[in-house]
Design a protein around this ligand. Structure first.
Ligand code: UD1
Length: 360
């Protein structure tokens, strides 16, 4: 009998990591994996586009749960996932990262005594007001097998008394980057206001900004003001969460240097990362992709998620003020090609080997 692995995904970064692990897992005859999509991300460009581009196996169920408060979303997922787990009887539940989908699945599985495997374990911001931090800490303390993407993550797990069931595998996002960087293609850009096509300029900066911390009108205005002073246009694919606020900000002030466009898929985003003058972001995934591409990054948060990227000015934190952002963007970085803290591009294989060792 094959090991029945239920993988629960819901948000963009999870699709990217699950894609490489699922492909590798399909080679193992002793494992049978199936995907549950919680529905947390649901717009075509936030979800389906990733499944198509990355040839991710179709989920057996899409629960269609999204939006609302954290409690509303997480509790609805908890109830629905428990039902799925009872019906489908997985031997283990495989989870990625720090989303509400991750936390809900971890809670549901643990109460049914189904072992949880957590990929990207040990990442810490030490900010208790950051909703993702709560999700990661709780999931790590529930999980039976903790797979860290970096040695720093492993150190964090050790400090929390979790080392016995933890190991370093490398980062499947790095695997995905190595596998797909050469397939990256210029994205089709469409204006968030009228849907008209936007031509990608020769030189550009790449901005993403969607965290709860950066969505108040004042903070968003300060970020867009800084972007408006740059020497090249700024491509800003806007998360649906921010759409109305960005439209309002753009209407009130003329941020002509900022091209606010609809969300783009993975390969288009990789193209922007690889060709950007610099990346400015509050996304944990994009910080790492900029690092993989050797492109300087400014992070619009006041806490580190991936300290490994914060060497030699390669990724600097900036408070979301015009001066703070522009200061951080001015310093030049040094890239040491031998510094590879996210593994050797075989994280997916390592993850599966650890699962095999622990559960087969
Ligand atoms: C979530 C994760 C975060 C991850 C990010 C990746 C949590 C707490 N946070 O943040 O860890 O880095 O995904 O992007 O789980 N929405 C749409 N269409 C969509 C997706 C979202 O309209 O396709 C709306 C939702 O209805 C919601 C808002 O955007 O109102 C925020 O989405 P949500 O999934 O709650 O959080 P993210 O900011 O995407």
């Amino acid at each position: 009998m094959a090991l029945e692995v239920m993988t629960v995904v819901g948000a963009r970064p999870q699709f990217i990591k699950a894609a490489v692990v699922s492909h590798e897992m399909s080679e193992y005859s002793k494992i049978h994996e199936f995907l549950i999509h919680t529905g947390q991300h649901y717009d075509y460009n936030m979800s389906e586009a990733f499944f198509e581009e990355l040839s991710i196996p179709a989920p057996v169920v899409n629960l269609g749960i999204s939006g609302g408060s954290h409690a509303e979303m997480t509790s609805a997922m908890l109830v629905a996932l428990e039902k799925c787990m009872l019906e489908m009887g997985p031997n283990i539940v495989l989870l990625y990262g720090d989303t509400n989908s991750t936390l809900a699945a971890a809670l549901a599985a643990s109460k049914l005594h189904i072992p949880v495997v957590h990929v990207e374990a040990g990442a810490r911001t030490r900010s208790k007001t950051n909703p993702e931090e709560i999700n990661r800490v709780c999931t790590d303390h529930i999980a039976s097998l903790l797979l860290a993407s970096t040695e720093t993550g492993l150190d964090n797990l050790k400090a929390e008394g979790l080392i016995e069931h933890s190991c370093f595998t490398g980062d499947p996002m790095y695997d995905a980057y190595l596998k797909n960087a050469s397939l990256a293609k210029p994205p089709v850009l469409s204006n968030i206001d009228d849907g008209n096509t936007v031509t990608l300029p020769q030189g550009f900066y790449y901005l993403t900004c969607h965290r709860e911390e950066n969505t108040s009108p004042d903070v968003l205005n300060a970020i867009l003001e800084a972007m408006n002073t740059l020497d090249f246009p700024v491509i800003y694919p806007v998360h649906p969460r921010n759409r109305a606020k960005v439209l309002e900000a753009m209407e009130n002030k003329a941020f002509g240097n900022v091209y606010a466009v609809n969300p783009i898929g993975y390969l288009g985003s990789l193209y922007l990362v690889n060709h950007a003058k610099q990346v400015v972001t509050d996304s944990g995934g994009l910080q790492r992709e900029a690092f993989f591409a050797g492109v300087k990054c400014t992070t619009l948060l006041d806490f580190e998620v991936w300290p490994e990227t914060m060497v030699d000015n390669r990724n600097l934190l900036a408070s979301p003020t015009r001066a703070g952002i522009l200061n951080a963007m001015q310093s030049s970085q040094h890239v040491d090609p031998d510094y590879l803290p996210f593994g050797d591009g075989h994280a997916a294989r390592n993850i599966i080997e650890e699962i095999t060792r622990s559960f087969i």
